[in-house]
Design a protein around this ligand. Sequence first.
Ligand SMILES: Cc1cc2nc3c(=O)[nH]c(=O)nc-3n(C[C@H](O)[C@H](O)[C@H](O)COP(=O)(O)O)c2cc1C
Length: 411
Amino acid sequence: MPQQRIVLANCEVIDPRDIETYVGRGGFTALAKARDTMSREDVIEAVKASGLRGRGGAGFSCGIKWELAAKTQAPEKFLICNADEGEMGTFKDRHILANDPFTLIEGMAIAAHAIGAKTAYIYLRAEYHYLADVITGAIDQARQKGYLANLDVQMREGAGSYMCGEESALMNSIEGHRGEARFRPPFPPTEGLWGSPTIINNVETLMNIAPIIANGPDWFSKIGTADSKGTKVFSVSGDVARPGVYELVMGSSLGELVTDLAGANGVKMVQIGGASGKLIPGDALDTKLSFETVLGSGAVTVFNESRCVIDIVHRDLEFLADESCGKCTPCRDGTEAMVEILARMSKGDAMEKDIGALEDLSQVMMLSSLCGLGQGAPIPVLDSLEHFRDEYEHRIARSQLLRRLPGSRHP
Ligand SMILES: Cc1cc2nc3c(=O)[nH]c(=O)nc-3n(C[C@H](O)[C@H](O)[C@H](O)COP(=O)(O)O)c2cc1C
């Protein structure tokens, strides 16, 4: 069976408002093991050996990132848990935070111990304000029980922008500035929050830390594929009978997730990774879910045969244009130009040059945008042109025909 619960092991089992229910299931023993029996280097080696890669989208090695921050000499270091989760169709972190804030706090305490951070932040999506009580309550209980030792864990509420989930914009937001991307290098592990070494990890990444320390890196690295270890939590929505949050072993197939578990039928395509996610056509449901193939943040949106691909891509780009921080021209103007073309196509006023224009814009944006928003925005455009080009061509041919009709508004 592809489902295995590592990250979600305590969800809907413990009471998120009562630390004793977590302690009763072995909670905080991994932290004690890390602090009392392992050096900082041992902890980092274990995370490296486990093969854990970041679950926030980019898939960078968690242990290597930690090592970089640990080795950087600085009077102060920070840890940030990225719980901004603004990606379209992503709601797995919300499920985790609502049901098991304790495993997250334990993972954060282990991470802070490993890199030498004395202050840690949970950056919570603004729209998840209703979860603030559960999270601060869990932090307070962990502090009162002495689990945090001298680590100061604080919660910061987000600024209501998708862009603030991007790590450099997130740091600007915590510092009280506009949530705009920063130029890199320097990268956060050497120069991040207020210029100090900073580790930023996704909620799900940090949820894996306590189980890895408790069970050992070999246990973890035996689960999954060659380059994608462990499990992945997905939020499935769209044209499915059973939308929700599912945790699957890395390397499971897309069909096992959307058809067997979520009950999809007549799938035209699946978008994986939100608005800038890849488009997988319905005849490729045997695609493996792993970093080697396709993964992203874990948003899986299913579209059935009744859906129009151009309309879907138009909606994706509208979202990205709205959310672009506007700092760099390729992203700010490129997403707007794409929206303009796709809106015209959606209305039935497509032109022959539109496909070439979308492809040219895509190249420029991917090569020259400042951050992942602009670099990733062309992905659904290019994927739809690869898999569903006939829909674009049909739209163009139909528009040309309409223009030739007497009385047309577009001569
Ligand atoms: C526009 C944009 C939004 C992002 N939003 C999030 C987010 O909400 N949560 C998240 O963990 N990572 C998000 N990321 C990725 C982060 O920049 C960063 O790579 C991640 O937090 C690193 O954590 P990880 O190594 O544990 O994956 C976003 C990236 C971009 C470009």
